[in-house]
Ligand binder design. Structure first.
Ligand code: FE2
Length: 374
């Protein structure tokens, strides 16, 4: 084998195999009500539960699922519990981005060897449905990546949880999988975290946006997107850039009290239907002016959808070399202006809607102005 072939083979080897996102866990002040919000508004099904009735004396968790998306909504019963201290500092937010691996011990030790900071060491959890191995490493802020090995487990979620369904059945709204999950980090920290994903978890840098790509008259930000070996996991990392006024990233950092997850983008195959249902169920979205639609087709060319339908729902369109995408952003779903959702439908495009950044950030600035935080 010649050296150049060997090098290219080594370059394509996945140094940290991850099958996909296992779950996303939110720490909240009232898990019962938040779980019902995601069932009612987003059409998730309740699949598992732990709480005092199942022997969990201090933590209550509801596990919700829709297609490949699994959310865990957790709260605690005592004020000095780590979950409620997290909520007191950050408000409701994302604590865990769990990664599904084949061998959690090996993955954990590899990550630590390469410089990751431990969140907890490998533990083996067991019940009548089998065993799960978990360990966790720190990422930006207080967020962690739990590594989950579940190949020997057949239960509803994890040992300690009971399968649970709800009498309340909201119809699903076509949410398929997590497309990408975005983190906001402090000024000057973006490259540090991009290096962490590259060096520790074997991610590749997919794309870079600088403040010339993402700026309005008032504010700016910079962003780099990293992706894992099989391409299923994409983590854009944002940091604020200097502008005339306070950027949305600074507003997030002020309210979240540090770095954390900013938005979760969820894929659908029918954004018109998904967004119609979300709006009917009370989810609020950012608004772009109608003039956005005057020349959008000049920019993106022919699309399958009727422009009037997109305009009615305020859905945005963008195109890259591989196709086009449709996207829309909710207002923050927490009390603090922190975590929000993106709904995205891809027609070939693998990018992130760069052509919409300006209209989108102006929409966020209008909201900031209402909050008095611009
Ligand atoms: Fe996004």
């Amino acid at each position: 084998m010649n050296t150049s072939l060997l090098t290219s083979l080594q370059e394509t080897k996945d140094t940290f195999p991850i099958n996909g996102t296992d779950f996303i866990e939110f720490y909240v002040g009232n898990a019962k009500q938040t779980a019902l919000y995601y069932q009612h508004c987003f059409g998730f099904d309740l699949i598992a539960y732990k709480g005092p009735e199942t022997g969990s004396r201090d933590v209550i968790s509801y596990v919700l699922q829709q297609n490949k998306i699994r959310f865990v909504i957790s709260s605690a019963l005592q004020p000095d519990h780590e979950i409620l201290q997290h909520v007191a500092l950050h408000g409701d937010g994302v604590k865990v981005l769990a990664l599904w691996v084949d061998d959690a011990k090996e993955a954990y030790h590899l990550a630590i060897e390469k410089g990751a900071e431990s969140a907890f060491e490998p533990v083996v959890l067991e019940d009548k449905n089998g065993t799960v191995v978990m360990a966790a490493i720190q990422t930006y802020g207080e967020t962690i990546h739990t590594l989950v090995e579940r190949k020997n487990y057949q239960g509803a979620f994890l040992p300690g949880f009971e399968a649970r369904t709800s009498r309340y059945k909201a119809s699903p709204i076509g949410l398929k999988y997590v497309d990408h999950c975005v983190g906001n980090v402090e000024l000057g920290d973006m490259n540090k975290w991009v290096s962490f994903y590259e060096n520790v978890l074997g991610f590749k840098l997919l794309v870079t946006f600088d403040d010339k790509d993402i700026s309005t008259e008032y504010t700016a930000l910079m962003s780099k997107v990293v992706s894992n070996g099989n391409g299923f996991i994409k983590f854009p990392i944002n940091e604020p850039a200097k502008g005339r006024k306070k950027s949305q990233i600074e507003e997030y950092l002020d309210f979240y009290k540090g770095a954390g997850v900013q938005h979760i983008a969820i894929a659908t195959d029918n954004i018109l239907d998904t967004v119609t249902q979300l709006k009917d169920r009370g989810v609020e979205f950012l608004y772009v002016p109608e003039t956005y639609y005057d020349d959008v087709l000049d920019r993106v060319g022919k699309i399958d959808e009727d422009l009037e339908d997109l305009k009615k729902l305020n859905i945005l369109v963008d195109r890259d070399e591989e196709g086009y995408l449709l996207q829309i952003f909710t207002k923050p779903v927490m009390d603090r202006p922190t975590v929000f959702y993106e709904i995205i439908q891809r027609h070939g495009a693998r990018s992130f809607g760069k052509g919409n950044f300006k209209a989108l950030f102006e929409a966020i600035e209008r909201e900031q102005e209402l909050r008095g935080t611009l």
